[in-house]
Design a protein around this ligand. Structure first.
Ligand code: ATP
Ligand code: MG
Length: 436
């Protein structure tokens, strides 16, 4: 299949029509525009692409303004950035809606290792823009102008070969030091595309991970990439994250000896998918690593990661539950198990389950996850009120007492109601006795 055929196969009629509007305007303006990055890579390897990125070898904002004026019925601007000269636009073609990003070619500089890149210039020639990108396979551009439509511009000269040979290769020796989040991106693309690291890239990755020259400025980017990569829930990602020391971007020291294997962790998480928020899968993996790291380091490092409050709570819960393991081991009844585990976030429960070596303990986690956590009372505080009992701590005692009986004895709804009534009657008698 030639490249034009691949392009036709990868894009829908509507998407191709939308891009033909871009072609018309760029041709009229006499400027060069390209598809760039992931979409080009994915078209070439016959893979479904994620997003449409259009690179304008000029001013993308000006291009976008003219484009939306000419095709006002079909194109709308969603967001604009006048400094970086980028636009997000929405196409409406027939009944289909889809978005695209328009970016001006730009050059960037890094003032020191892992600094946030500083915009140097916009509207630069394609070759200069390509230099700021991560990997050769992500640095390909495909012309959208009519005179060379679908022609591939391989400015790094390795992009097409690397696609052919399945290689992830950085563009220059300082690339990982400039932005260590690229190490995690490299792992992500290896897993998603089934590619491997090119030899020199592998050595430079190792060197970067051994170095302590990079700062914390790129923690946001690292966090985003770690989340995306580990959330793929692939044994390969976690195993390599550990074996290649990529975890060092997050925590410098940990004992690798006891970290459970990715196959096992993925299997357990997969079995608990309905119980957890799948957006938080990466935090379960991080718990596997934090568990074997010095405790003080965990606190320091999670702070650097700038976790959201909910994310931090999962890590904290993981350690708190771990400190209650003996209690869980000794738990005899369903209610005992429920009472311990129900205090913690589901992801913290699963993380502890992943580390469990005893079957008896694992059975308790599964009993909670698969059954106990779904058992809910059919009565509430409002029903207690109907007995004329004054609101107070007694409400909690009645409800907990009912739940305890329900969990421990598998009560039917009728049986639950009868236990509840008895507890209410007892409580009422007690308060009346006190008053008299
Ligand atoms: P996908 O969206 O399928 O994961 P993609 O290649 O489109 O792949 P994005 O994260 O959407 O990846 O980024 C778009 C493009 O921006 C990339 O192809 C790459 O050229 C560039 N890019 C993204 N992040 C970085 C980075 N940290 N360093 C250098 N270039 C980057
Ligand atoms: Mg993308």
């Amino acid at each position: 299949m030639n490249i034009f055929q691949k392009y036709q196969k990868a894009l829908s009629n509507e998407e191709r029509q939308a891009l033909s509007f871009c072609t018309q305007v760029a041709d009229d303006m006499g400027i060069k525009i390209y598809l760039v990055g992931g979409i080009v890579r994915d078209i070439l390897i016959n893979r479904e692409f994620n997003d449409i990125d259009i690179l304008v070898e000029d001013d993308a904002v000006l291009f976008g303004d003219i484009l939306t004026k000419k095709f006002a019925k079909n194109i709308e601007i969603l967001a604009r950035n006048d400094k970086f000269k980028t636009l997000k636009i929405k196409f409406t073609i027939g009944t289909k809606n889809f978005e695209a990003d328009l970016a001006s070619t730009r050059s960037e500089v890094y003032e020191y290792p892992s600094a946030l890149p500083i915009l140097a210039e916009t509207g630069v020639v394609l070759k200069k823009d390509i230099k700021r990108r991560d990997f050769t396979v992500n640095a390909l551009a495909m012309s959208l102008n009519s005179k060379d439509f679908c022609q591939i511009y391989d400015e790094t000269e390795n992009g097409l070969n690397d696609i052919e040979n399945g290689l992830i290769r950085i563009l220059h020796p300082d690339s990982f030091m400039d932005d260590p989040s690229r190490i995690v991106r490299g792992l992500k693309y290896r897993a998603k595309l089934n590619f491997s690291l090119e030899e020199t890239t592998e050595i430079l990755q190792e060197q970067c991970l051994k170095s302590d020259k990079y700062t914390n400025d790129c923690q946001d980017r690292i966090k985003k990439e770690v989340k995306e990569t580990l959330n793929l829930l692939l044994p390969y990602c976690f195993n390599r994250f550990v074996s290649e020391n990529i975890y060092k971007l997050i925590i410098s020291q940990t004992s690798k000896k006891d970290i459970p294997n990715g196959n096992l962790v993925c299997k357990i998480i997969d079995g608990c998918k309905n119980f957890i928020d799948t957006e938080n899968i990466w935090l379960i993996f991080l718990c596997m690593i934090f568990n074997f790291a010095p405790f003080e380091l965990v606190g320091n490092n999670t702070e650097k990661l700038a976790l959201k409050r909910k994310e931090q709570a999962i890590i904290t819960d993981f350690f708190l539950l771990k400190s209650e393991l003996e209690l869980l081991q000794n738990a005899k009844t369903n209610y005992d198990i429920y009472e311990i585990l129900n205090k913690y976030s589901p992801e913290a429960v699963v993380a502890n389950l992943c580390l469990t070596k005893e079957t008896e303990l694992a059975d308790k986690y599964y009993l909670y996850i698969n059954k106990l956590k779904d058992i809910k009372l059919s009565v509430s505080g409002e029903d207690i009120e109907k007995f004329g009992i004054e609101n107070g701590i007694i409400y909690k005692e009645i409800l907990n007492g009912t739940l305890k009986e329900k969990l421990n004895n598998n009560l039917s709804q009728a049986e639950e109601k009868s236990v509840f009534k008895n507890l209410c009657a007892l409580a009422k008698n007690k308060t009346e006795d006190l008053i008299n």
